[in-house]
Ligand binder design. Structure first.
Ligand SMILES: [Zn+2]
Length: 269
């Protein structure tokens, strides 16, 4: 049975067992912020019910990036235009494009075919409607949170949510605990630099997109691995080494990561 875990003052994590995704609730005096909305209507409904058990406050939504397991509950958690959904400009543009094509049906069908999660095929796409090009501060009443794009990494539209008065950073999938990072839409030569910028914020607690909250030491260790991967890719590209050979020796062992780094250095990404 999933339940809230308060990782810092009025910062609560809801850990969805499917894909081990974290949705986070940040409470102010006048409003709340829901960070990420999970994968399916059923998961999002469970999350909405759980929010109502801890607060009667109105909420706003943030999507940390465009992947389905962070956004596909938007239609449940933001059923009308009164509920703002914030995301990076590129995330917003993607959803606008998918929804303009056919209401998002083709995109949802493709994701449902790729991931075997019950209910995924029933999702109605609801995109973000408030863009964060770089940095936006939201006032929750007696407490502010900053939505910041620190650079590309897991995707081109990663947002982190900073709760300054609690020294907490919600990292989205820039960091993952318990599973290797996912490189499908990644920018392997920029990722370490983006995580370095996150470390510069000086958080005591970091909530990754998946898995347990992370200590500064654990974040530093993941940064070191991402930096080692970056330099393995740069050296490999210079030496014309096959991507498979570089990946076998680099952290995470991802051929795709090296291929994407090579494509970027070739000017093809
Ligand atoms: Zn992701």
């Amino acid at each position: 049975m999933t339940d809230w875990v308060e990782v810092a003052d009025r910062v609560l994590v809801w850990r969805q067992p499917v894909l081990d995704v974290n949705a986070v609730l940040v409470l102010g005096d006048a409003g709340a912020l829901v960070v990420d909305t999970l994968s399916t209507p059923a998961q999002a409904t469970e999350l909405a019910d759980a929010i109502r058990r801890v607060t009667p406050l109105p909420w706003r939504v943030v999507n940390t990036h465009h992947h389905f397991d962070h956004c596909y509950g938007n239609a449940v958690l933001a059923p009308d235009a009164d509920t703002e959904v914030w995301a990076h400009t590129e995330c917003l543009a993607r959803y606008d494009r998918w929804i303009a094509e056919d209401g998002g049906k083709e995109r949802v069908a493709a994701i449902a075919a790729e991931f075997d999660i019950p209910g995924l095929e029933t999702v109605t796409l609801r995109g973000p409607d408030r863009a964060v090009p770089g940095e936006v501060t939201l006032d929750l009443g007696g407490r502010t949170v900053d939505l910041r794009h620190l650079g590309r990494g897991h995707t081109d539209n990663d947002l982190v949510v900073v709760v300054p008065d609690a020294a907490v950073v919600l990292a989205g999938d820039l960091l993952e605990d318990g599973a290797p990072p996912s490189f499908d839409d990644s920018w392997p030569l920029e990722w370490a630099g983006t995580v370095a910028a996150l470390i510069e914020l000086g958080p005591s607690t970091v909530v990754p997109g998946h898995g347990n909250p992370m200590t500064p030491d654990a974040v530093a260790a993941q940064h070191a691995e991402l930096a080692a991967l970056e330099w393995a890719c740069r050296d490999g590209w210079r030496d014309h080494a096959p991507a498979e050979e570089v990946a076998a020796k680099a952290p995470f062992g991802s051929v795709l990561a090296v291929q994407r780094a090579y494509a970027f250095l070739d000017g093809a990404l």
